[in-house]
Design a protein around this ligand. Structure first.
Ligand code: BGC
Length: 748
């Protein structure tokens, strides 16, 4: 037998030692080839995102949203002449899935037939709580309600449905989840957060990104997610949206950054930038945040998108740039990839001019464009740019509807019950308050319209609370009187007269839906006319207060007048049914507050405040005295804890902390208990908070059932951000708290 030739040996060597060519490499090679052929204008076009309104004819009216029409001339100018690579948003209000398909077909048809490189458009939308701009889609409770369920598995499922229904409408990119941590209760977007605690926000961030993106972005039921708004948007000093945050570096890293780290770990495909300024620096111009931190330390490889018109605002509002052109330079140099311009070509034209003038090297655009093209590839848009008509039936499926009902049920928090609930199945109930007959109040913002306040935009098939009570309790047994309206008007006399014939009064106070700047308030109190309605109904008859609100509006002055209080937040389309079930005892409530419910306007401290924050005048006026504590929530059964076990020997920094506790359902009903593990670092070099939530889990127990709950976490999870602003665990004693059980552990 002849010896193999040297050439053959070499070929075999190459075959067995060269790394295999992966799909990833192939995509990168394709992108490189494409990039090499793209002109400057084409690259800048990919970095440009316009709103649908900029390429549409006049707005459709609410009686005929599908009357919206693209302006084909404007669309051609954008996509063909200006090479625009991305479009966002709805026009005026939610379209039907069919109208989305026909709109996207026209857009993609133009992009993939009449442009030189046939690059599909990347369409993005705010599916904030369900695919809320698709008329037939399933809407869900807002994030603050999802956080109140303390159920990350449920949150993942909810986001998976959101992805499925958004994609089925033909839209592959969602501007969510919102991972801002809700530590400023005045903020108009509080309901979009998962509450005040960073650990809860981290767990929900992971769940939400997993649900949206799944395992394969090109699958017909997933979308690319956008973690927003990076970084520290949710803590405006004034409480008003898009105003400055003043945050010490340590506090910022400890309480606002971690959910974004979790999202990047889950391979989130995009990050949207915070519109406002932090410590005097607008984030859109902050290279330290967008490049050093996000790309360098966090290793984020996806697309960084600006928020709405925020590059221009670097000049016009924040005044860090003396011209719009300079604003464009600052933002691109800081590290944005795509600009949500969104109405014209100021970004596009100025960026081209900056490169031509030699102020920005053209190569600097290659990475942003590569990342955008990569996302289009991953989403499968090059193979299948058009919406798939067969997916329309996936929207609004019965299982999705059932999931929305489950989420609403699990999100209701029973704050107070002096024994009046559950209500007897017999007797007449008066429903009153501005929220009792309003779909808008149940849904909140980002519902069919941006603000969500247009009652006519809601599908008539949905039930208000009143309609849910009529269906469940029988029309003859339900009375109603609005009593107070959002415009400040009142009709107390009518409500009082009706109350005379009722056995129980359910007063649904509600915040008018709003978000962003239109939602700014300067008084956290529930509007006065609504509080007065409660007073006028407090005659001794069972009075149950239901709160539909996007943030904890103060109700202290009437809380004592009510026999029961339910925080319902913005529970979505099935809020009415879920509330009816809770009030009549068909549902045993399990929601727990994911935020501290304040008692007074100038004491908005979170649960994990410092010891010095607790200093008060005396026992009557302590420094920290919320109306309802973070984690609070009652049940129709009761739970008891005992036998907390923690390791007796000191633990090393690399150890895991294993804890167990027994939980018993001591009442008469099956119920769900959320087990919170708090840890208190007794002494630390940075003043320790009074306690921190370090883990949580849920257990469903039948009457009399007892279960051992085991929680295990690495010691590194007990870290705080030390004097150098990095997480550290200092040796010493810690107190572990679960329910009424406490125990000490030591770390070496
Ligand atoms: C909001 C973003 C949103 C964007 C697009 C902005 O005003 O701040 O959260 O994704 O609009 O609608």
């Amino acid at each position: 037998m002849r010896a193999p030739s040297r050439l053959l040996l070499l070929a075999l060597l190459v075959l067995f030692t060269a790394p295999p060519v992966t799909a990833r490499d192939e995509i990168e090679d394709t992108i490189s080839l494409l990039l090499a052929r793209m002109t400057l204008e084409e690259k800048v076009g990919q970095m440009t995102q316009l709103t649908l309104g900029a390429v549409s004819r006049s707005k459709a009216d609410s009686t005929n949203p599908d009357g919206h029409r693209l302006d084909l001339e404007k669309l051609r100018q954008a996509v063909v002449e200006k090479h625009v690579g991305s479009i966002l948003n709805v026009h005026a209000m939610a379209f039907s899935a069919r109208h989305w398909h026909s709109t996207l077909n026209q857009i993609q048809d133009l992009a993939t037939t009449e442009t030189r490189h046939k690059i599909p458009i990347l369409y993005g939308i705010d599916s904030v709580h369900g695919a809320n701009y698709v008329r037939e889609a399933t809407l869900f409770p807002h994030n603050i309600n999802l956080a109140a369920t303390w159920n990350p598995e449920l949150v993942e499922k909810v986001h998976a449905v959101t992805a499925r229904e958004t994609r089925a409408a033909g839209i592959p990119w969602n501007f969510g989840p919102c991972l801002d941590v809700g530590r400023q209760p005045l903020w108009s977007r509080f309901a979009e957060t998962f509450g005040e605690d960073v650990h809860v926000s981290e767990r929900m961030a992971t769940a939400a990104v997993r649900g949206l993106q799944g395992n394969s972005l090109s699958a017909p039921y997933q979308v690319a997610a956008t973690a927003k708004h990076f970084l520290a948007y949710s803590n405006p000093h004034s409480g008003r949206d898009r105003t400055q945050s003043l945050l010490p570096e340590r506090y910022l890293r400890e309480h606002f950054l971690p959910p974004f780290i979790r999202a990047v770990e889950e391979d989130v495909q995009a990050i949207m930038v915070n519109s406002s300024e932090v410590n005097g620096l607008p984030v859109h111009a902050n290279h330290n945040v967008l490049t050093k931190l996000l790309r360098g330390r966090m290793k984020f490889e996806g697309v960084v998108i600006t928020d709405w018109e925020d590059v221009r605002k670097l000049h016009e509002l924040h005044r860090v740039a003396p011209s719009v052109r300079e604003a464009v330079r600052l933002a691109v140099e800081a590290g944005i990839d795509m600009c949500m311009v969104p109405n014209d070509f100021h970004f596009t034209d100025n960026l081209i001019a900056l490169v031509r003038e030699g102020l920005i090297p053209e190569e600097m655009l290659d990475n942003p464009v590569r990342r955008i093209l990569r996302l289009k590839h991953r989403l499968g848009l090059f193979e299948q740019p058009m919406p798939d008509p067969s997916l329309i039936d996936e929207i609004g499926r019965e299982d999705a509807n059932a999931l929305s009902l489950q989420a609403a049920r699990e999100s209701l928090v029973l704050l107070k019950n002096n024994g009046i609930l559950p209500l007897s199945q017999k007797g007449k109930i008066l429903l009153t308050g501005p929220g009792c007959h309003s779909l808008a109040a149940l849904h909140g913002s980002w519902s069919y319209t941006w603000q969500g306040a247009d009652e006519k935009a809601y599908p008539p098939s949905l039930d208000t609370i009143l309609e849910a009570f009529n269906a469940g309790h029988g029309r003859d047994n339900v009375l109603w009187a609005r009593g107070a309206q959002w415009d400040g008007s009142t009709d107390f006399d009518y409500a009082i007269r009706k109350a005379q014939n009722a056995d129980a009064i359910v007063c649904v106070l509600a915040e008018e839906p709003s978000t962003e700047t239109p939602g700014n308030i300067s008084d956290l109190a529930m509007p006065q006319n609504q509080l007065r309605l409660v007073r006028s109904l407090a005659t001794g008859k069972p009075l149950i207060l239901v709160l539909l609100e996007s943030r904890p509006r103060l109700i202290t002055e009437v809380a004592g007048l009510c026999h029961a209080i339910i925080y319902a937040g913005q529970p979505g389309p099935h809020g009415g049914a879920a509330l009816y079930e809770l009030l009549t005892g068909r549902l045993n409530p399990s929601g727990r507050l994911p935020f501290t419910y304040p008692r007074s306007p100038h004491n908005l401290l979170p649960y994990d405040h410092k010891y010095s924050d607790t200093i008060g005048r005396d026992a009557e006026a302590p420094g920290f005295h919320p109306l309802y504590a973070f984690g609070h929530g009652l049940s129709f059964t009761s739970f008891e804890y005992d036998n907390l076990k923690v390791p007796a020997a000191p633990l090393a920094q690399t150890d895991r902390l294993a804890i167990s506790v027994e939980v018993t359902n001591t009442g008469q009903r099956r119920g769900i208990e959320t087990i919170h593990l708090y840890v208190r670092d007794l002494y630390a070099s940075v003043t320790p908070p009074v306690k921190r939530l370090r883990a949580f889990t849920r257990a469903e127990l039948g009457p009399g059932e007892r279960r051992t709950i085991k929680i295990e976490l690495p010691i590194s999870d007990l870290a705080f951000f030390g004097p150098e602003n990095y997480p550290i665990v200092e040796p010493g004693e810690f107190e572990v708290m679960i329910g009424n059980q406490t125990a000490k552990i030591a770390v070496e």
